[in-house]
Write a new protein. Structure first.
Length: 120
């Protein structure tokens, strides 16, 4: 997990990271991970999550060696799904619940996927 910092002020405005198999909200393989992020509302729509996610995607594929990245977003927050789409993730057609969430475990999420072979 990393902090997302607003460059102009050095203020921490969110976080981003990945979860390996066994810690993920999804049933994923050992060479896969789930990415997730959160950013404070005043910073929405500025491309900051997209920039941060691109960095994490590069790290997960090229440093950690994962072959598939997964992500999910709450149905009432389609902008989060658009962030993933801008980074190459595609819709899987799956929806699930994430009982490991501290907040939102009672809300469905839509699952997205990015394969290393398709990201190049």
């Amino acid at each position: 997990m990393w902090a997302i910092e607003f460059k102009e002020t050095s203020e921490v405005i969110g976080c981003i990271g990945y979860l390996r198999a066994g810690c993920s909200n999804l049933d994923i393989g050992e060479d896969e991970c789930e990415v997730g992020y959160w950013i404070a509302r005043p910073y929405w729509g500025k491309g900051l999550c997209t920039e941060a996610l691109r960095t994490v995607v590069d790290y997960c594929f090229n440093v950690r060696g994962f072959v598939i990245l997964w992500g999910d977003y709450f149905l009432e927050n389609p902008a989060s799904g658009r962030v993933m789409e801008k980074c190459g993730f595609i819709e899987t057609g799956q929806e699930t619940m994430c009982p490991n969430f501290e907040i939102g475990s009672d809300k469905p999420v839509r699952v997205m996927r990015l394969d290393y072979a398709l990201s190049e």
